[in-house]
Design a protein around this ligand. Sequence first.
Ligand code: CUA
Length: 343
Amino acid sequence: MIPSRAARRTIAMIRAAAAIGAAACLIGCAHDLPMNTLAPKSDLAEWIYRLFLQLTAWDALIFAIVLVATALALFRFSTRVGEAAPSMSARSDLALEVAWTVGPALVLLFISIPTVALIFRSQPAQAPAGAMVIDVTAHQWWWEFRYPATGITTANELHIPVATQIRLELKSADVIHSFWVPALGGKRDVVPGQINHLTLQARDDGVYFGQCGEFCGLSHANMRFRVFVDSPQQFARWQQDQLVKPPGPPPSGPIADGAEIFASSPCTTCHTIAGVSKGVLAPNLTHFASRTTLAGGIMPNTADNLARWIENPSRLKPGAQMPALQVRGKSLDDLVAYIESLK
Ligand code: CUA
């Protein structure tokens, strides 16, 4: 049996309601996702989120008007089988012409005013007074964070204190990248030869995921990072730990053997370990073991993962610029023991 016109309409309405319900559910679930722009955790992210809601409201209004107009056209001008087609004659209507020119122009104006205002508000030319300045350098494919006031250098895990103005100075060591932490706002492109800025104040402490947001080569997707928004006490403790030079290796044992292997390896040309080597091309390893992840935030910082990484970086991260180190067996275990002792 062919369903009647009314039955078909009812089925279509039920389907539309189910789709809207599913979308609402997805948005609700998205609040628990690690990279969520709909749960802002900083002043910057909050401004962007509110602008998004405002623009979405305008979009919804336009969508509703278009839907109503479409429905009216469908029901008023549809022709049934056997009926003569309605006569259509073109005529000019000045009022209508003005309305559909001025209407969209006004909507564009309503959208552009808050958008342009937010662009300027979110990009102050100068760092706010008392802001903590952090140099961010994007590399293929990892992030370097330097704190000029204290001299701390770390990689892929940015620590900032909560409720503090933060000024990020974004630079690139090679190609264009984009710094993006959805919960904290962004994105902002990181362009070689110029310094871009991001100014924000995180509202809630926690760990927020970041990701390079601009295609930058083979391992663009593996260029991840984390932002640890610490309480003032946690941040002070972290800072203190980073400032202390890690103790040298004990006179004997695997850690001492690993230290010797490191000191005589090509690793020293790219990596810095305070008091041991002064490389600048690769992440600073002075406090490597204090980080929770390795290799651009792609895996947990464990001895097993570090050993797999040293053995063959490009298998885990295609295109990785770090060459495989020819150490195996006990030598590899000792090297890993040494690097994992660098708290
Ligand atoms: Cu760096 Cu994509």
